[in-house]
Write a protein that binds this ligand. Structure first.
Ligand code: PLP
Length: 423
């Protein structure tokens, strides 16, 4: 079978199938479930992966495709797949590599929902995860690797600890073990950090956060770096024929972006967590202002963090760009244009006093979200990470007084004034 390119070609509903209309020409939202073809042979070619036309919107859609192309080019990948949420993106990335009986390694500082997925839900599918401290030495990290390990997973900038990943170490760790490095790049976005430049092989985004930016649309994306050797003997699902696609061999037939082709054609087809065209349209709008917003989010967050560091009711402040941060050097190396819009600080007091402080905030809203243009706060111990027990919380350095702030793009003096009155 000749090498095929499965950047799903863009055709409108009206165009249907026609080689003449294979150039992208979508201007708005193609809110369509399905697409008209002229002959049975044409549609059969798509089912056989010989043609890449849109056939049914669970698998691809022109508006969603446009968003995929945008994020793919921002990350410098070889192909992208948009999904219904960030969680769907994380789940499909793991399922694309692991079957029952497989294992993977993940840094333990992660979004609480991801920890739960890895430690509880995937276990029910027979897929196990060993969590490692990302700041450990290479020799310690190596102890987590087993013969059935299929990938290494980490966040580029952790939620909510704001720890910057030592990419050099993790890329060496992954490549030494001939495993793909899968990076959740939600917090920096490709504007502030491009993990493929630092050795990542697959990138995940919850586009729900900064990429959308306006708290309107759930979404997720997987981006393929096209830079991993799937023919190294560890990934038979990429090299053996897939009977459900007439013997397609992803690593051989789709050399440019086998990871997303497989995720789309097997997992999205069978499990179905597709992004709606309307969400794709709104998320695309977010992409247009992303660079400008990330600059302002980062600038405001640094100013608020520096101000909070000087307040007597504040025990500590975590933001990698602060000189006091243990991640300052890594931030300069991997986030030279800003450390994004999230920071954490410890209120001087126990869990009750911390909750009362949050209740006194006015401009900063109590919202379980990050990355919106408006400032918001959460209390992870009682909200996003409440499913973890006390020991698990301390293990990932979430103290009862930790407040996570998603700093918006409002005028900084207004944000500081709100924190001042609440303190
Ligand atoms: C770093 C990170 N990854 C993934 C997710 C999951 O994304 P979603 O809420 O879009 O499913 C989140 C959600 O907060 C997150 O913060």
């Amino acid at each position: 079978m000749a090498t095929k390119k499965l950047h799903i070609a863009t055709r409108t509903v009206q165009d249907g199938y026609s080689p003449k209309n294979s150039e992208p020409r979508v201007a708005g939202i193609i809110q369509s479930t399905t697409y008209k073809f002229d002959t049975a042979e044409q549609i059969a070619d798509v089912f056989d992966l010989k043609d890449t036309a849109h056939i049914y919107s669970r698998i691809s859609n022109p508006t969603v495709n446009q968003l995929e192309e945008k994020i793919n080019s921002l990350e410098g990948g070889t192909g992208a797949l948009a999904l219904s949420s960030g969680h769907a993106a994380v789940t499909l990335a793991i399922l694309n590599l692991c079957s029952t009986g497989d294992h993977f390694v993940a840094a333990k500082s992660l979004y609480g929902g991801t920890i739960n997925l890895f430690s509880t839900t995937l276990k029910k599918f027979g897929i196990t995860c060993t969590f490692v401290d990302q700041d450990e030495t290479m020799a310690e990290l190596q102890k987590a690797i087993k013969p059935n390990t299929k990938l290494i997973f980490a966040e580029s900038l952790t939620n909510p600890g704001m720890e910057v990943l030592d990419f050099e170490k993790f890329a060496a760790f992954a490549s030494k073990n001939r495993l793909p490095l899968v990076i959740d790049n939600t917090f920096p976005t490709p504007v502030l950090c491009q993990p493929f430049k630092h050795g990542a092989n697959i990138i995940i985004h919850s586009t729900t956060k900064f990429i959308d930016g306006h708290a309107t649309s759930l979404g997720g994306v997987i981006v393929d770096g096209g830079n991993f050797n799937w023919e190294n003997g560890k990934f038979p699902d990429f090299t053996e024929p897939d009977d459900s696609y007439h013997g397609a061999r992803y690593a051989i037939d789709f050399k440019a972006n086998p990871f997303v082709v497989k995720a789309r054609t097997q997992l999205l087809r069978d499990l179905g967590p597709c992004m709606s065209p309307f969400n794709a349209f709104l998320t695309s709008q977010g992409c247009q202002t992303l660079a400008l917003r990330m600059e302002r989010h980062s600038e405001n967050t640094l100013k608020l963090a520096q101000w909070l560091e000087k307040q007597k009711n504040v025990e500590w402040v975590k933001y990698p760009e602060l000189e006091s941060s243990p991640y300052h050097k890594l931030a300069l190396k991997y986030l030279p244009n800003g450390s994004s819009g999230v920071m954490a600080f410890g209120y001087k007091g126990g869990i009750e006093e911390t909750k009362q402080f949050i209740n006194r905030l006015e401009l900063a809203k109590l919202v379980v979200h990050v990355g919106d243009i408006r400032t918001s706060v959460v209390h992870p111990a009682s909200m996003t990470h409440r499913q973890l027990n006390e020991e698990q919380l301390m293990d990932i350095k979430i103290t009862p007084n930790l407040i996570r702030v998603s700093v918006g793009i409002e005028y900084i003096d207004d944000i500081i004034a709100d924190f001042e009155q609440a303190l």
